[in-house]
Design a protein around this ligand. Structure first.
Ligand code: C5P
Ligand code: ZN
Length: 502
């Protein structure tokens, strides 16, 4: 019994109080930022800068809707990363007030040097890890880490933007679902939300924008034939079925579920409750032997405002669509979709199609290069015990290189714990880098990829950032070779070091 362990209750009480104190500190930080922003003259045009991933676009949508409700003018830029050059350009513009969403924390010293020093007022609404400097005159810095909230799953950039927006005007509670789309985009949803995301979920439900049902957590359930959904189930693999259309059809027939209705293929949404239960049980049984076989069943987030049968009804698909828009240079289309513009939603669906094509092209290049690797002088892919380095140069878009690294890391071609480092050329003689780790959750907790990549990138004067589970960096292209040499050394060492740690 708890009461028999001396001191245990007090410890729990202390830790609860600790969490509450951190939350209160964060809420105060948000309230103060909102108050300060409320005092900005309404004739000022607000310069908004956001990150180009799904979280960044959701953040931008939240802030734009908020500014419009306040009758404020804005000017938006979406950037893949906030480099010093970008900060210099922004500082040269005639605006007085800047809001950075889903970025800024990792580039705080750059903002201080170029914007704050030039007398600009800056609001940073971010959730990335703090690196070095974090306070300066003229910069209002809102980040849960500054209040001691350390978890990388608690809140997204869009979540921080949403809390700020709600503090400005309670009416903005109807934007809560956008904060959750951002969180999903940043992989913060893990069979449910935790921490502040959980509170935001309550707001989204209360606003009537979102409902949660329990179901199979597979992509395409709203739109694709059932057997196709099973065939493409790469995020939650079903051994013997994922990757094979005929096996998927056979599997359904064995379960007594007819994949067809007359001449047309059935969708998951067409199944009876009885069939759904049979399918769910069958899928979980087929996954025995995989880590957490039941994880394929869980909460599914339905965006109630989206039409029945639209892929956008599933919040996870909405997040993918935003990623597609950001990575293919159509950020404004994604933001328009978030804001409910019907025409832009249609366009966004087309961009999603193009994105899938880009992914397929990237994978073809990777597979072809892997086969040819070693037959030419220069190796584009380095395979070593504990790590893989993929140098795509100009063969893959810099905005797609992170997606490739994620897919390769998830593909089970490498042992759990293998680092997947990828590089691709960006504009202006920069090279974009991404780092991921192969394997499932249990391995991932052991490493902080942001720290690892920062250590390597700093050796060649680059800049890195991100999270424990996904990190990115930018270096000068002329430093590529030096970077790869440093990475080989560092990753090999890291691997051994971690292995030796009991
Ligand atoms: O681009 P990629 O998907 O690899 O980025 C992974 C993470 O690293 C993201 O959270 C991104 O914001 C961050 N990142 C960063 N600085 C960079 C590139 C990426 O903080 N130069
Ligand atoms: Zn984010």
């Amino acid at each position: 019994m708890d009461s028999e362990i001396p001191g245990k209750k007090e410890k729990i009480a202390a830790s609860d109080a600790d969490v509450a104190a951190k939350m209160e500190a964060f809420r105060l930080m948000i309230r103060e930022a909102a108050e300060k922003f409320g005092k900005v003259d309404r004739s000022e045009t607000i310069r908004l800068i956001s990150h180009l991933d799904a979280d960044g676009l959701s953040s931008a949508a939240v802030v734009i809707k908020t500014l419009l409700r306040e009758n404020r003018k804005y000017c938006l830029s979406v950037v893949p990363q906030l480099t010093e050059d970008v900060a210099v350009q922004l500082a040269a513009e005639g605006y007085n007030h800047y809001i950075f969403t889903d970025l800024g924390t990792g580039q705080f010293s750059i903002l201080k040097k170029h914007l704050a020093a030039a007398g600009k007022t800056v609001f940073v609404l971010d959730h990335h890890h703090v690196q070095g400097e974090y306070q300066a005159e003229n910069i209002v810095h809102v980040n849960p880490h500054l209040a001691g909230i350390e978890s990388s799953r608690e809140i997204s950039g869009a979540g921080v933007a949403y809390l700020f927006s709600k503090a400005l005007n309670e009416k903005n509670k109807d934007l809560a679902h956008l904060a959750l789309i951002g969180a999903i985009g940043d992989m913060q949803e893990d069979c449910g939300f935790s921490g502040l995301n959980k509170e935001i979920l309550q707001d989204a439900k209360a606003a009537g924008a979102l409902k949660v049902i329990t179901g199979l957590r597979l992509f395409g359930v709203q739109t694709k034939p059932l057997h196709k959904v099973l065939e493409y189930s790469s995020e939650f693999p079903i051994p013997g079925i994922t990757g094979s259309e005929s096996a998927a059809i056979q599997f359904l027939l064995q379960l007594g579920i007819n994949p067809k209705d007359g001449n047309s293929w059935r969708k998951l949404t067409d199944l009876s409750d009885e069939d759904l239960v049979r399918l769910a049980t069958g899928v979980v049984l087929q996954r025995i032997g995989v880590e957490s076989p039941e994880a394929i069943i869980g909460p599914v987030y339905i965006l109630k405002q989206e039409a029945d049968g639209s892929p956008l009804r599933d919040a996870r698909e909405f997040a993918t669509l935003l990623n597609a828009c950001g990575r293919l240079g159509k950020a404004s289309v994604g933001i328009g979709a978030c804001l409910g513009n019907t025409k832009l939603k249609e366009e966004a669906l087309q961009v999603l199609g193009d994105y899938k094509q880009q992914i397929s092209n990237s994978l073809s290049w990777y597979e072809k290069t892997l086969k040819l690797n070693g037959s030419s002088e220069k190796k584009s892919i380095t395979l070593e015990n504990g790590f893989v380095i993929i140098n795509a140069e100009d063969n893959i878009m810099p905005t797609m290189i992170g997606t490739l690294a994620s897919i390769v890391a998830k593909s089970s071609s490498f042992n759990p714990g293998t680092f997947v480092l990828s590089l691709a050329r960006a504009e202006d003689n920069f090279t974009k880098i991404s780092l991921r780790l192969a394997g499932e959750k249990s391995v991932k907790g052991e490493f902080n990829l942001m720290e690892i990549l920062t250590a390597i990138a700093e050796k060649v004067g680059g800049q890195a950032g991100g999270h424990h589970e996904a990190a990115g960096a930018i270096i000068r292209t002329e430093k590529e070779e030096e970077f790869i040499a440093a990475a080989k050394h560092h990753l090999a060492e890291k691997r051994i070091e971690e292995k030796l740690t009991p």
